[in-house]
Design a protein around this ligand. Structure first.
Ligand code: NAP
Ligand code: MG
Length: 508
């Protein structure tokens, strides 16, 4: 271990590119993208963006407020009402989105470095996860642009004429995204909105806004018309809230916490009943049965809680293991945790970067401390790493009970809570343990007996069930039940939220 308590030195993966990026960010003027032009925010206020691995400032962004949101929404409305974008043949919109994907792909090394610096995640996880997933999602939505269609039902009445319905772009879309997968979240929502023919105002997360700004610039480069893509950086309670309350926004597509999701829903209700896609929090259960492949399960479970330092909405953070194999599984999981190399996301060989901020780290520590006080035991970790940056030890908590905070609250840290279920528990009893949560985003199941697997797939209250490993896919609907959200993203299911239906009776 070196001086600052990381496992590896903070050597950037590519020193020259890293130095270039730092220099470029340091001189980048804080600006909003409105109507195709980078411009200062009305108040001139700025916010600092830092490197979570060191706490150092890396850039300044504009602190947009309600006035800037008004200008951006007006530009998006003009582009929607008068501009070419919604009226283009869908194949032309598809071509622009494919061109955007190619442009991002050409810069993928720069995007990976930017995201690692801004959000703290390991380069390997970005290269394997966010980047290819984002590009697949963008290209998949581009393909759907030409397949959006209404229907002409069989004639149902004696009246002369024709009956049919159209699918039209919903209008001006507000995109509000979190810091834990900033590139992917912005790209997925932008792709869906643009494929459908909408115009957008993006409010990226204040803590990791930099990849969104670069995506905005590439939208200009590939010729997406002015006013179609607008970006207002700023804080949630000002810029975000102004979008949620805006009377001229038709849909708000939000990913973030359940609490903010609730406030957006209330703002939508108070203002104009704008439509909503809400991808919210999770406390996803992992169920491991005695017949599972324990080596594979242990590696995957630990890998997932280390992924983005546990700051992953679908992370399996509540583990229920069949009692007879608990020790065997824990032994393998401890070995896997001990092998995690911690260091800046952009450093060579880093498996796990820092958490996003000191505030998030303190919040996680308070939940851990509370549960330790109630009798949970830390087999590994349970504390922050001293030194610069916001690093947290990979943590394994046993002797937990379902009532502890650690088993109920979304922790968003590399902290896994372990509980055992009886060897003779029925699938229904195990499902009841897993379902004892107000979240329902994802559930992971490790078992080989097909009867058990099938019964649990049916009983789990979850938007997603993952059996024997793997993750989500760009073509598979993603979203939650209960307080994990409202609506689904990806594919034609996701796209439909960005369209409105118009029924036509054409008589003569
Ligand atoms: P957050 O605090 O809810 O913030 C999300 C976004 O909303 C940010 O851009 C934030 O701005 C903005 N915001 C904050 N207050 C607002 C308000 N009153 N009105 C409108 N917008 C507001 O979430 P986070 O801490 O960034 O991200 C972590 C959360 O996201 C976790 O709960 C996680 O589970 C969830 N998440 C869900 C999914 C999914 O697909 N279901 C995926 C990823 C993350 P600021 O940046 O300025 O605060
Ligand atoms: Mg940052």
């Amino acid at each position: 271990m070196n001086d600052d308590n990381r496992d590896i030195a903070a050597m950037p993966d590519n020193g020259e590119a890293f130095a270039r990026l730092r220099a470029q960010l340091a001189t980048q003027a804080p600006a909003l993208l409105i109507d195709g032009r980078w411009q200062a925010c009305a108040s001139g206020a700025t916010l600092e963006v830092d490197d979570p691995a060191t706490g150092e400032r890396i850039a300044r962004i504009a602190a947009g407020d309600a006035d800037d949101v008004d200008r951006a929404v007006a530009a998006a409305r003009r582009a929607f009402r008068d501009g070419p974008w919604p009226r283009l043949p869908p194949s032309r919109r598809a071509a622009a989105l494919f061109a955007l994907a190619d442009a991002i792909e050409r810069e993928q090394d720069e995007f990976a470095l930017l995201e690692a610096l801004d959000a703290g995640h390991s380069l390997a996880s970005i290269r394997r996860g966010d980047l290819p997933l984002g590009l697949r999602s963008l290209r998949d939505y581009a393909g759907w642009a030409t397949k959006i269609a209404g229907e002409v039902p069989m004639r149902a009445s004696e009246q002369a004429g024709m009956d049919y319905f159209l699918r039209e772009p919903i209008g001006v879309v507000a995109i509000v995204t979190p810091w834990n997968a900033p590139f992917l979240m912005v790209l997925q929502k932008l792709a869906a909105a643009l494929a459908a023919g909408c115009t957008v105002v993006i409010k990226p997360a204040e803590l990791a806004p930099l990849s969104a700004l670069r995506i905005g610039e590439l939208c200009r480069h590939v010729g997406i018309p002015d006013g179609v893509v607008n970006i207002v950086t700023g804080t949630g309670p000002t810029a975000g809230q102004a979008l949620a309350e805006h009377a001229d926004v038709d849909l708000i597509s939000f990913t973030g916490s359940t609490q903010v999701g609730q406030s957006i829903m209330a703002a939508a209700a108070r203002s104009n009943l704008k439509r909503m896609v809400l991808e919210l929090g999770g406390k996803s259960p992992v169920l491991v049965f005695a017949d599972a492949d324990l080596d594979k399960a242990a590696r995957a479970i630990v890998g997932e809680i280390a992924f983005k330092s546990g700051q992953y909405c679908a992370a399996g953070s509540r583990l229920f293991v069949q009692r007879s194999i608990q020790d065997a599984l824990l032994e393998r999981m401890q070995a896997a945790m001990d092998g995690i190399r911690i260091g800046a996301g952009y450093a060579q060989g880093s498996d796990m970067g820092p958490m996003i901020s000191q505030r998030q780290r303190e919040r996680a520590q308070a939940i851990v401390d509370h549960s330790l006080g109630e009798g949970a035991q830390a087999l590994r970790g349970g504390r922050a790493r001293p030194g610069p940056g916001y690093f947290y030890e990979p943590t394994l908590l046993t002797q937990a009970t379902p009532k502890m905070r650690i088993a109920r609250e979304e922790i968003f840290a590399p902290v896994l809570t372990v509980m055992a279920f009886d060897d003779d528990a029925t699938p229904a009893q195990v499902a009841a343990l897993a379902n004892d949560s107000h979240y329902g985003l994802s559930a992971k199941l490790w078992a080989r007996d097909l009867g058990t697997v099938h019964e649990l797939i049916g009983r789990l209250q979850s938007g997603q069930v993952i059996v024997n490993g793997g993750g989500g896919e760009a073509t598979l609907p993603f979203g939650g039940v209960k307080q994990s959200g409202y609506g689904r993203e990806n594919g034609h299911v996701g796209l439909s939220a960005y369209t409105e239906i118009k029924a036509v009776r054409l008589g003569y």
